[in-house]
Design a protein around this ligand. Structure first.
Ligand code: FE2
Ligand code: FE2
Length: 179
């Protein structure tokens, strides 16, 4: 059996549906207002992590819960503040934001065991005692580091064009802009 190199239509469809569901039910679009690394917003960073982790799972031929992988990835940095501004962010952001993201995610969306693992443990090894307990959690932790380095050094080549072609809820985005 060979590794799958590109995502299938059903995987992209699942990605699209999951994102549309989160846009409807959470404040995920707010994360477009905050920069994560370089010129990349938290929203784009989470999309990148979701796609890279899904691709990594295919490459490694890992059987994963794809819906949970995508949901967890999209919400892994759902802390909803600008961590570059001291006045609006908590001290020790690097250590504290997984718990803040999880609390926000649980407030807005039903979060399962795998998604909880992804969100709370994604900063490993920084958060030494919080290491991933699931395959999905490990994939996100690895994809998060890869995307972060690429974003900091602005290595835009890796940036997938696939998700920009996806028709995520543009109406919700328009509504948000008008608010
Ligand atoms: Fe994070
Ligand atoms: Fe992240």
């Amino acid at each position: 059996m060979t590794s799958q190199k590109t995502l299938t239509f059903s995987q992209l469809k699942l990605f699209d549906c999951t994102l549309a569901q989160l846009i409807q039910r959470t404040h995920i679009l707010e994360s477009k207002d905050y920069i994560q690394h370089g010129v990349t917003s938290i929203f784009d960073h989470c999309l990148n992590v979701a796609l890279i982790s899904l691709k990594l799972a295919c490459l490694l031929k890992l059987a994963v819960d794809e819906k949970s992988l995508i949901t967890g990835a999209l919400l892994h940095d759902y802390f909803l503040y600008d961590w570059h501004k001291k006045e609006s962010s908590p001290s020790w952001h690097g250590f504290k934001h997984p718990a803040i993201a999880l609390a926000n995610a649980r407030r807005d969306f039903p979060i399962n065991r795998i998604e909880t693992d992804i969100i709370i443990n994604h900063m490993f090894p920084l958060t030494f005692f919080h290491f991933p307990r699931t395959k999905e959690g490990w994939l996100i932790s690895i994809a998060d580091k890869f995307c972060s380095v690429a974003e900091v050094f602005r290595l835009q080549k890796y940036k997938e064009s696939q998700w920009t072609a996806l028709s995520y809820d543009s109406e919700a985005e328009e509504e948000r802009r008008l608010r």
